[in-house]
Design a protein around this ligand. Structure first.
Ligand code: SF4
Length: 463
């Protein structure tokens, strides 16, 4: 049987029959274990696979030893994430020998790379199914092929760039939902593997996105995060989409990520500030504070252009919140150039930074550059950067002290019994005394103390 000859509906029907037979013989549905590594986009893809599996009668387990289908949905952004996956699938060799009918699958960004698929084919014979980011629409055919033929299947073709709206995403979280609005990236930053593993930008239709958000709000979701590698290049107009989602009735928050600084416009800031539900914060990944490094990264903006957006937002709203991503130790970076990044942290005053040591990704332009900075050196710079941020944020967060802010309570606090935690509009963690029943509610909290990464407060009104 050839995969392309097997229609989706045929494979889906066969898999449903398989689940019914399984239920009759074992007394429970076949079980799947799905682990997604990496970014929110990947988590969202994992939830789509769950939706597809639920649709054919599968149940789910958190213990891989109980699973009939094990899926590792992988990330390719950093080398250590890939090493972790190889370690995990390596550990399953013995398990597979003892459970030959359990299907083991590896999918996602890492699997999309040819050399990785080859390595799995040659070295990790316990893996039955490998599929890349373009093959999700063929999931039923692939799974049925492997189950019915008891043969291995490798599918990393880039045939299908179509966006399918015909699925139910099975979300783990009942309060916060990620909603992809686009896939892929056209930017080719020199260090980044994403354009190679997720292809060119494809945007979902605005009607599909708005309908999905409406359904989520009706289902009680309180925070919606729109996802895309560069939401500012959403084909149908991102500011317009935000306005449409903002007008959906109900009490909920809208977040989005990520915005590429080269496309982040003053219009975007105006739309954020003019909206009711869009959080007044922007994740604007700068990566470096040095123009020479930014050019070497092919980021296509300068520090001055980046600061223009920051300054525009702060002129209109002095407390406007920014967060960013930073890479330390890009090939050829000098200590002086690294210090420009530290300087930028002071200048912008970020509420949060996500900083990483440069990770060489083969196939990218930067991988051809001489990486002349030792791992130890990169580690020291990262530490220095984090100390700088700690100092900046502990002062910058004190702007909240004495103010009353709206917090979405989302879990139990770290302080202990009787404390709960939540996030402000700006995404800052707040811990306060309160009952568990408040989790899932928007609450007014007076901020009493700023720490270097979070705030402490007290309830203003009990709901
Ligand atoms: S914008 Fe640059 S860093 Fe972001 S996904 Fe695209 S290529 Fe990678």
């Amino acid at each position: 049987m050839q995969l392309q000859d097997t229609e989706i509906e045929y494979a889906k029907a066969k898999l449903k029959d398989f689940s019914v037979d399984y239920l009759q013989s074992c007394g429970h549905s076949p079980l799947a274990f799905i682990h997604s590594f990496g970014c929110q986009q990947n988590v969202s893809d994992g939830e789509k696979l769950k939706g597809k599996l639920a649709d054919i009668g599968f149940g789910f387990t958190d213990e891989y030893t109980k699973a009939d289908l094990i899926i590792f949905n992988t990330c390719a952004v950093r080398e250590n994430a890939e090493d972790k996956v190889f370690g995990t699938i390596g550990d399953l060799k013995h398990f597979k020998e003892q459970n030959p009918d359990t299907v083991i699958a590896v999918c996602g960004c890492m699997a999309q790379q040819k050399h990785i698929a080859e390595k799995i084919k040659e070295t990790y014979k316990q893996v039955d199914l490998v599929f890349g980011t373009f093959a999700y629409n063929e999931f039923y055919q692939m799974l049925w092929y492997v189950i019915s033929n008891k043969k291995r299947l490798f599918n990393i073709s880039e045939n299908s760039t179509e966006i399918s709206e015909d699925f139910k995403q099975l979300r783990d979280d009942k309060l916060k939902a990620f909603v992809p609005i686009m896939y892929g990236c056209n930017n080719f930053c020199t260090y980044c593997i994403v354009p190679y593993v997720r292809g060119r930008e494809r945007s979902r239709k605005p009607e599909a996105v708005v309908d999905e958000v409406k359904r989520l709000v009706e289902d009680g979701y309180k925070e919606i995060t729109l996802l895309g590698q560069n939401v500012n290049s959403y084909s149908y107009g991102f500011a317009e989409l935000l306005k449409n989602i903002d007008s959906i009735p109900g009490k909920f928050r809208i977040r989005f990520m990520s915005s590429h600084p080269k496309d982040a416009s003053k219009e975007l800031i105006d739309t954020i500030l003019g909206s009711e539900k869009v959080c007044k914060c922007l994740h604007l990944p700068v990566q470096s504070g040095c123009d020479r490094i930014l050019a070497a990264m092919n980021r296509r903006y300068t520090k001055a252009q980046y600061l223009e957006i920051i300054n525009y937002a702060r002129e209109k709203s002095p407390d406007f919140s920014f967060s960013t991503d930073l890479i330390v130790g890009f090939p050829g970076e000098t200590y002086e150039e690294f210090c420009e990044t530290k300087e930028l942290i002071k200048q912008v005053k970020y509420d949060n930074i996500y900083s990483f040591v440069y990770s060489r990704r083969s196939g990218t332009k930067a991988a051809e550059l001489e990486d002349n900075i030792s791992d130890k050196q990169k580690g020291l710079w990262l530490r220095e950067l984090l100390l700088e941020q700690r100092e900046v944020s502990s002062q910058w967060l004190s702007r909240f002290v004495g103010k009353t802010v709206e917090v979405l309570a989302d879990g139990e606090g770290r302080t202990g019994e009787g404390y709960i935690t939540g996030k402000t509009d700006e995404g800052i963690i707040v811990e306060f005394e309160g009952e568990k029943k408040l989790i899932g509610e928007f609450i007014q909290v007076r901020i009493t103390k700023a720490m270097n990464w979070a705030l402490a407060g007290e309830l203003v009104e009990d709901k």
